[in-house]
Design a protein around this ligand. Sequence first.
Ligand code: TXA
Ligand code: MG
Length: 317
Amino acid sequence: MSTVGHDIKKAAETLRNGGLVAIPTETVYGLAANAFNPDAVARIFEVKKRPYFDPLIVHTHGLEEASGFLQRIPEKAEKLASAFWPGPLTLLLPKKDIIPDLVTAGMVRVAVRVPNHGMTDELLQSIDFPVVAPSANPFGYVSPTTSSHVQKQLGTELDYILDGGECHIGIESTIVGFDDEQTVIYRLGGLEKEQVESVIGPVKILPHSSSNPQAPGMLKSHYSPSKKLIMGEIDSLINQHSNKNFGILRFQSTTEMNGYKNQVILSEAGDLREAAKNLFAALRKLDDMNIELIIAEKAPNHGLGLAINDRLKRASV
Ligand code: TXA
Ligand code: MG
């Protein structure tokens, strides 16, 4: 098993030597490697069993460092970066040649983000290259929000796991790109659509597709537990599946539901941020229960509820 610890110097040294290190971020744990080292990047695809057509996000410690590997930073992107970096925002921007094609699956734009986590910030400051970091889970499975989630699934494959506690946002970054003048959300995530719009005006949300060449990682089926999951209006789903051994993922607590066993509540009070933070650990917990089906309640459709429903929907395909 890989070592888990708090040693930032060891993490830096491992990355310099072309190794793989799981790193904490405010969204989910990432699986990091030197973004300028194609061999190290290739190992990430192998360890995650990720198809090479699915590009990786490059993580740096600031806009200035990012400008070293970007062709240009449009005004809207700069506005978003100054408002939300460090934070759960990923920008799609035209790359320079120093970023290997393997990182972007041959596309001209690279995804960039500056994570908001003290230990990872210190790590990124102490190395002179950016890191690629997909979520530290096998391809298609639920993302990890603690170091033990990483250890459990990828423990034998990594060189080091930097433990930075539980991820406080708990859902992946919001990915934003620019198609001419139109701002497009490629993936809903930890930065609310409303927050993005407050800085640059109306945005379009890209619909998911199982064959969208622009954003291959936006696959319809993703973020899935191994148990079958269905989402929707909870009472009618329970009625329809009353003959099955199901578990329930509830958005919030309601007294009439308290009799059911095998249920996990995302937020007693129905707070969207708390629910997002707990979502992936809840899916893992239900996945480990002795049940055949997960019935999931939809979150309200605003703020982080959009990202929660997006993940549940894709987990249900
Ligand atoms: O919060 C996050 O973004 C986490 C943490 C670790 O930073 N990372 C993460 O990475 O979620 P990953 O690889 O699990 O998801 C990245 C998504 C994929 O859907 C991928 O297709 C998309 O970003 N992506 C990456 N580069 C892209 C590009 N150049 N163009 C379009 N989509 C891109
Ligand atoms: Mg992922």
